[in-house]
Write a protein that binds this ligand. Structure first.
Ligand code: PEP
Ligand code: MN
Length: 260
């Protein structure tokens, strides 16, 4: 179902008139985690002002340590709903498990399945029963073929609205958090009709690399970008080191625009 051989035309996902796929670059931006009303509204207004089409924010967070901030959960989803009402930006938020699927599905416009859950087959099957588009992130040790097979799990259950995301893979390199595999974008575009976006923030883990890697992603033909933005990255509850301050995000949007 994901294979281009049987479906030559590119898929375009449309959420309330905001599209991902085709030849423009869709930008999803926002904090790693929803932390408070003040934090989310500040960031949402500024990324909207800079031209982002979708607002991201995690309410259920997949953290490496169980002692790290786990997210505001349903309260976070309500804040996302409030930010959408204020800005008009559709919401991208992660769904971590089947138990919480219904509540995340109620609030989210695009449901993210994170890298850590790319091969959670029961979760993929549940996502396949949803009417909401699914943003499926590549697992940190997954091949492109495995990513496409995970998309197939969703599509086989009836949901054809799948967006793929390259977010860096684990290699022997330690300077960056992961290694951004831009050739995966080309491979996915050759093999599949599904839209593919790039998340340079999780790929590199360093805010100063996010703008150049975004330009590189656009240069290879990514259909979109997902960028973490925080107005006070020093005190962010997750992923501050890779989060752009609003004025740096504005600069990123300007340089993407210049590329046409
Ligand atoms: C995220 O987008 O906040 C996230 C947890 O990303 P990943 O699943 O790629 O690690
Ligand atoms: Mn993050």
């Amino acid at each position: 179902l994901a294979n281009r051989t049987f479906h030559p035309e590119d898929t375009v996902i449309d959420v309330e008139g905001h599209t991902i796929g085709g030849d423009h670059v869709a930008v999803i931006a926002g904090p790693c985690s929803v932390e408070s009303e003040e934090q989310l509204m500040t960031i949402a207004r500024s990324v909207k002002q800079s031209g982002a089409a979708f607002l991201r924010g995690g309410a259920f967070k997949p953290r490496t340590s169980p002692y790290s901030f786990q997210g505001l959960q349903e309260e976070g989803l309500k804040l996302l709903q409030q930010a959408k009402a204020a800005t008009g930006m559709p919401i991208v938020t992660e769904v971590m498990c089947q138990d919480t699927f219904d509540v995340v599905e109620q609030y989210g416009d695009i449901l993210q399945i994170g890298a850590h859950n790319m091969q959670n087959f029961a979760l993929l099957k549940r996502a396949g029963k949803s009417r909401k588009p699914i943003l499926l992130k590549r697992g940190m040790s997954a091949t492109v073929e495995e990513l496409l097979m995970s998309a197939e799990y969703i599509m086989a259950e009836g949901n054809q609205q799948v967006i793929l995301c390259e977010r860096g893979i684990r290699t022997f390199e330690t300077y960056t958090r992961n290694t951004l595999d831009l050739s995966a974008v080309l491979a996915i575009k050759a093999l599949s009709h599904l839209p593919v976006i790039v998340d340079p923030s999780h790929a590199c883990g360093k805010w100063e690399m996010v703008e150049p890697l975004s330009k590189a992603a656009v240069a290879v033909g990514a259909h979109g970008l997902m960028i973490e933005v925080h107005h006070q990255p020093e005190s962010a509850l997750s992923d501050g080191a890779q989060s752009l301050k609003p004025h740096k995000f504005q600069r990123l949007m300007d340089s993407i625009k210049k590329m046409g």
